[in-house]
Design a protein around this ligand. Sequence first.
Ligand SMILES: Cc1ncc(COP(=O)(O)O)c(C=O)c1O
Length: 394
Amino acid sequence: MNIPNDPFLGTYYIGKEELKAVKQVIKSKSLFRYHGPQLLYKTNELEERLAKYLGVKYVLACCNGSAALKLACIGCGIGPGDEVLMSPFTFIASASSVLSCGAVPKFVDIDKSMNIDVNKIEENISPSTKAIMAIHMQGQPCNMKEIKRIAKKHSLLVIEDAAQAFGSKFENKFSGTIGDVGAFSLQAGKTITCGEGGFIATNNKKIYMAAKMYHDNGGYRIGDDYPTWENGNTFFGENYKLTELQSAVALEQLKKVDKIINKQEYSYSQIINGLKFNKFNIRTIDENCQSVKTSVCFNFNTKKECTNFINWMKERGVPFNHYCSNLINEFDTFKKKNSWHKSHFPYELSEYTEIDCSISHDIFNKTAWFNLSASLKSKHLKYINVILKEFENE
Ligand SMILES: Cc1ncc(COP(=O)(O)O)c(C=O)c1O
């Protein structure tokens, strides 16, 4: 049986609703969010609906999740000399956003939750530490209670990288709304998508305003109509705006979010239904969390056992694998302090400290992942479950 293994979660749900919405924008000839002949204000609407869904005061849409992370850092005033604590198990954008502000990440080991080990945060705080980035990997929230407690004790900001976790909750609050600011992605593989896109969510007006100006070339825009780009404490920024076309798609996707999350939950429960967990453990899900199921993750006692399992499953057509990328602290970006610029920006401004992340390395090598494709059907789920049981009983 050919088991789907694509990571295109929101993409799977693109249908006639998105098509209709895009046509509407094309017909309006108003693709730019701030002005046009018959502007439909899709981006404004998207921001309002996301804010309502998440229960926050401010949402700012932007061109991708990486930009959202940078805007979150900008909003928090992160800059040269600063350090942001984060786990190395993430996509490189979590750290690039920090580097591009002139600051550096400091990598803290993960634990069995596969997110940052909250017990190792405090020992890594230095006078340069400005923020903790809580990265909710593969839809599973970090221990936000503990992260917030530590941040408060040491007067640190909390940035949430919720790129992979839109719709997940910690203690009944949405991931990305618990710290000072959350960054989300609308890229093709995320819970909801418009191909490329992102947004930040915050209750802090200062963070929102700084991010809003930065994402609009540091300008000061009064209202939404043209021409409104005035001088009012302007500073330099970049253009990270989202187009009306993308917003139209994202709005339709947002209407489908519960359906998407429920289907993922169903697939996950069917796959693990009745397993004994006698040969591997399943990634621990904190009882305070409602994760969004984007993958199935099993931890083994040894790397060999993990590799044998992956091969065994593959031989039977079930594509379990090691994680699709390496831990990012092992990238040349940090090991060799590589930069596009001969000054080695930002390493000449901020001191990068290499931390021992051997636990992350160890766990990483002993972990097998299966992408929970949105196109998995009942027959696939049953088959995977049967094969897993066979493995356990072998
Ligand atoms: C954890 C994490 N952070 C940030 C990003 C960046 O999002 P984008 O691809 O929309 O720039 C991603 C994207 O995969 C991600 O997985």
